[in-house]
Ligand binder design. Structure first.
Ligand SMILES: Nc1ncnc2c1ncn2[C@@H]1O[C@H](COP(=O)(O)OP(=O)(O)OP(=O)(O)O)[C@@H](O)[C@H]1O
Ligand SMILES: [Mg+2]
Length: 236
């Protein structure tokens, strides 16, 4: 479904040249949870930004299905990202209802705040709150609801669980897994935590200094990928 062909991204500042991503090729299949692990600065987030069209490759091409990825607004309908730190990624002066509704307003789609809150198992009583009035887990659920509001088939989780305590991590991981199966989503999961991605993913790519050095074909979580009955074909 998503194919990277010999993708390289070089950042050039006045004197320095950094090759953040070097000649990377892989395919993420539809419905797959594909994880990317690697040390700090190895190029994971740069790869995520390339896939979101926020950066253009210096060399190489990215395909979503048959379509070559271009930097354009429509990409919001194809791919969304959830960041580690929901306190800084959610606008502090916006209420939960407006945070969740904003992408729908921009795209002139009907509001469905209650439905999206329900999807991430948050009570609708929270919709008047501001991000700082929520727990870390509740905030991350709001980020997930916002990311899913336009119904994108592909989600990037960039260290989405890293700032949460262990119990909340497990709860959010379970929610993400349910949404993945129930809505038929495809994930790229970026993490430092090998143990977590092993239980969460179908395949794991290890990145080192901008290159993919290994792709492990199967994770332990494969037996958990049976679709859940969340309304059959209906995509919430
Ligand atoms: N806009 C930029 N300009 C110049 N260099 C950049 C830019 N963005 C990233 N880099 C460099 O590219 C390399 C890869 O950065 P990236 O953020 O992709 O790493 P990462 O794997 O996500 O790291 P972390 O695990 O810390 O999040 C680093 O050396 C970083 O300093
Ligand atoms: Mg990063």
């Amino acid at each position: 479904m998503i194919r990277l062909c010999n993708v390289t991204k070089t950042f050039r500042n006045r004197k320095k040249e950094t090759v953040a991503v070097r000649n990377v090729s892989f395919t993420i299949h539809r419905g797959e949870i594909f994880s990317l692990v690697g040390e700090n600065g190895c190029g994971k987030s740069t790869l995520a930004k390339l896939l979101l069209g926020l950066l253009s490759p210096t060399e190489g091409e990215i395909f979503f299905g048959e379509k070559r990825l271009e930097r354009k607004r429509e990409l919001a309908l194809e791919a969304q990202i959830i960041f580690q730190d929901s306190l800084s990624s959610l606008h502090p002066r916006m209420r939960v209802k407006d945070l969740i509704d904003e992408p729908l307003r921009i795209w002139k789609r009907a509001s469905r705040v209650d439905e999206l809150l329900d999807l991430v198992a948050l009570p609708s009583s929270l919709k008047e709150r501001y991000p700082h009035e929520l727990s870390g887990g509740q905030r991350q659920r709001v980020s997930i609801a916002r990311a899913l509001s336009l119904n994108p088939p592909f989600l990037i989780l960039d260290e989405a669980l890293s700032s949460l305590d262990l119990i909340t991590q497990a709860q959010i991981a379970r929610l993400l897994k349910e949404l993945h199966s129930g809505l038929g989503l495809t994930y790229l999961c970026i993490s430092h935590d090998w143990e977590f991605v092993e239980s969460f993913s179908h395949r794991i790519a290890t990145m080192k200094k901008g290159e993919i050095v290994r792709i492990t074909p199967k994770g332990k979580g494969d037996e958990e990928t049976e679709p859940l009955a969340l309304g059959g074909e209906q995509r919430f």
